[in-house]
Ligand binder design. Structure first.
Ligand SMILES: Cc1cc2nc3c(=O)[nH]c(=O)nc-3n(C[C@H](O)[C@H](O)[C@H](O)COP(=O)(O)O)c2cc1C
Length: 306
């Protein structure tokens, strides 16, 4: 219970205090936000995608604003699994909410190794598989755009972990419902969607990409919200496992739209950069919505599109 309303739920073995989480890569390793956010109040914390080895990430320019959004090419900069466990994980000993670790790799073996290492750490409650990573064994094609590879990857990680398993889907497929169904069949506890859409912006004076040598990046922010909401609705109609809605959420109203469309929870990305307190404001806003509408539980809202 959060005040007068029931906001909590279970995702496999993991308890979500409420349906509001930061999206991977927009919230650092959690502690960066401690001056703005009471991390204990979040539904769960999701950290930046971790890879086996540390990565320095992309060249500058890594991001540029576009109408209603951001183009970002970070290149999975992260401290690597050893750095995460030694330097970042201990911070969560004093934090009382679930911890979701996003993992990425260049091969299925890398994801499996990361899963096995994280299994040994009780403080980690769930894995979020970032399948928008290039698969070196398939010539750099992203794992999440090939149904066979997605099936293989989710099956292999499911086999080695009893932690809650969330698969983060890419929108860059013809029919995202097929991928969500595969995740469900392979034992995922939830799917989250969407990751960014590819995009470009060009400086017409210099005729260079505004992302420099990176050329393109992921389009995120309010610009993608209607598309994300549409895909979330499609997936919610298709699978029975919980769905986390992501894409352009910047207000309580945006979050409510995803919940009404059927999402069990939401992840807030780019808007953390505009307003670092946005997750707290949305938690308060959802509670206020329930009270105003004389509802006692978030489950009375989820999937009620009429
Ligand atoms: C700067 C930046 C870094 C990101 N890094 C990651 C990442 O490491 N792993 C991941 O799964 N998604 C990453 N994302 C994607 C977000 O988690 C989210 O899916 C996307 O931004 C859409 O949500 P939004 O419109 O609320 O930002 C990143 C996004 C941004 C803007």
């Amino acid at each position: 219970m959060n005040g007068l309303c029931e906001l909590s739920s279970y995702i496999g073995p993991m308890r979500l205090k409420n349906p509001v989480m930061p999206a991977s890569g927009t919230f650092g390793y959690g502690e960066e936000y401690e001056d703005y956010v009471d991390l204990n109040r979040l539904g769960a914390v999701i950290v930046k995608t971790i890879t086996l080895k540390p990565r320095i990430g992309s060249h500058p320019h890594r991001s540029t604003e576009v109408p209603s959004g951001l183009l970002a090419n970070i290149g999975l900069q992260n401290v690597g699994i050893k750095g995460f466990i030694d330097e970042k994980l201990p911070y969560f000993d004093d934090i009382d909410t679930s911890l979701i670790v996003s993992i990425g790799g260049e091969s299925i073996e890398e994801y499996v190794n990361l899963g096995k290492i994280l299994n040994g750490h009780k403080r980690v409650d769930a894995l979020e598989l970032n399948i928008s990573c290039p698969n070196v064994e398939s010539g750099g094609i992203h794992f999440g755009v090939d149904p066979k590879v997605t099936r293989n990857l989710v099956t292999c990680v499911r086999d080695i972990t009893e932690k809650a398993l969330i698969v983060k889907l890419t929108p860059m497929v013809t029919d995202i419902r097929i991928f969500a169904e595969i995740c469900q069949q392979c034992g995922a506890d939830a799917v989250s969607l969407i990751n960014g859409l590819p995009g470009m912006a060009i400086d017409v004076k210099t005729r260079h990409s505004k992302l420099g040598r990176n050329i393109a990046g992921g389009l995120v922010g309010p610009a993608i919200k209607p598309f994300a909401l549409y895909l979330v609705r499609q997936v919610c109609e298709t699978v029975d496992i919980p769905v986390f809605g992501i894409g352009g959420i910047s207000s309580t109203e945006d979050a409510m739209e995803f919940l009404i469309a059927g999402a069990s929870a939401v992840e807030i990305g780019t808007w953390n950069f505009i307003n670092p307190k946005i997750t707290m404001e949305i938690i308060d806003g959802i509670e206020a919505y329930l009270l105003e509408n004389n509802l006692h539980s978030i489950s009375e809202v989820i999937g009620t599109l009429s």
